[in-house]
Design a protein around this ligand. Structure first.
Ligand SMILES: *Cc1c(COP(=O)(O)O)cnc(C)c1O
Length: 393
């Protein structure tokens, strides 16, 4: 009798019960018929307010065309890691165009933002070094820091004086300071000019993960840096992803040619993984084209954000302060956030409850995300739904 597997199953069952008792069980929705901002879930049509597809590019025919053409030309897969034989002309082109767009010397493509974030930490810091992160940094940044073996310090959210004091005390040879550009669960923007100044003063290296800023913020869509008037040359390590506003998948690290060369030689999450499929790189190129010419879509998105915020204020709904498409409504305990999310679903809206450990204990929330393809009428309907659900809570 296999008693080891019995004991595993017992433990798995206990863990599952524990998650369920605390409102922390996670289940995947099976989504189909993605069209504009609506999705089909269990046969019910929902207006999706839980997507990072801020410009509606994921379903853009230009991306699908580029993808299928590249598929015919290069095949579906890259066939190897980038340093073996998986790197192609499409990858090169996308890297060059991303660097040109962002105003950096070079860029390096990764299959995912998670891997890009492991790379910057593990290739730039090791035992004896120090990594200092904002307390609300994305999980992939925390994991990168842990994997690097460097000492990890965290400063209270956007508290530059606390960071200043930590840097003052640090005796490490290399210190890497890391922040989200736009905080993924709160939607606020990091104080980048102040971060640049304090890092410069202490000789610390600054890395910004702009997953939710690129394509969305700045006149030309270059992201948080451009939005706050910070030159790309002031941020030595810039990460962005292609899975959010770009509507595709994958990520990049942008910076100097020496940075890129160092990462591709030393970052294990780059070296030991299959290169991004060429069709995705081609779709990334098409997305970049749309984003470069996307001033009108960005304006539309920001109009929708303003419309949502005004409507919330008129109805007395209090949101976390954010000027980005990420508009969180704080609920508190996880089971309550789940209940409100379910009520909204019954009304035809997909608004997922974000719970620990993604956010701190007691700060479970509805993370409402807006897109350029939402209609004002849909936003009005959501706001009325939110008001009803919050009152019935
Ligand atoms: C989504 C996200 C990532 C991870 O990117 P993937 O390409 O989805 O792996 C990294 N950082 C931040 C801030 C994110 O929001």
């Amino acid at each position: 009798m296999p008693s080891a597997s019995d004991s595993l199953n017992r433990w798995l069952g206990d863990e599952q019960l524990r998650r369920q008792a605390h409102g922390l069980q996670r289940n995947r929705l099976e989504v189909s018929n993605r069209a504009g901002c609506t999705v089909l879930v269990d046969g019910q049509k929902l207006i999706n307010f839980s997507s990072n597809d801020y410009l509606g590019l994921a379903a853009d025919p230009a991306l699908a065309d580029a993808l299928s053409q590249a598929c015919a030309q290069h095949g579906a897969g890259s066939g190897a890691s980038a340093l073996v034989s998986g790197f192609s002309s499409v990858h090169r082109q996308l890297e060059q165009q991303l660097a040109d767009f962002l105003g950096t010397e070079a860029a390096l493509l990764f299959p995912s933002g998670y891997q890009a974030n492991l790379a910057i930490h593990t290739a730039l810091a090791a035992r004896g070094d120090c990594i200092v992160q904002d307390r609300l940094c994305h999980a992939s940044l925390i994991d990168g820091a842990r994997l690097s073996g460097a000492r990890l310090l965290r400063y209270p959210h956007v508290d530059i004086s606390a960071l200043d004091r930590q840097l003052e005390r640090s005796t490490a040879e290399h210190t890497l300071v890391v922040t989200d550009g736009v905080f993924s669960m709160d939607g606020d923007i990091a104080p980048l000019p102040e971060l640049v100044e304090v890092c410069e003063r202490h000789g610390a290296w600054l890395a910004v993960d702009d997953a939710h800023g690129v394509g969305v913020l700045g006149q030309g869509g270059q992201g948080s840096l451009s939005h706050l008037g910070v030159a790309a040359s002031c941020v030595p390590v810039l990460v962005g992803t292609l899975g959010k506003a770009f509507g595709v998948s994958g990520a990049y690290v942008a910076g100097s040619a020496k940075l890129v060369d160092h990462l591709l030689n030393h970052a294990r999450s780059y070296l030991y993984t299959t290169a991004m499929p060429p069709p995705l790189a081609a779709a990334g190129l098409a997305a970049l084209q749309v984003i470069r010419n996307g001033k009108a879509q960005r304006q539309l998105l920001h109009d929708r954000i303003g419309y949502f915020k005004n409507g919330a204020a008129e109805r007395g709904l209090v949101l976390l302060p954010s000027e980005t498409p990420i508009q969180p409504l704080l609920i508190g305990e996880a089971p309550a956030a789940l209940r409100v999310s379910q009520q909204l679903r019954d009304l035809g809206f997909l608004v997922v409850a974000i719970r620990p450990p993604t956010v701190p204990q007691g700060s479970s929330r509805l993370r409402i995300t807006l897109s350029a393809v939402h209609e004002e009428e849909q936003i009005d309907q959501l706001l009325d739904g939110l008001l009803t659900c919050m009152n019935n809570r």
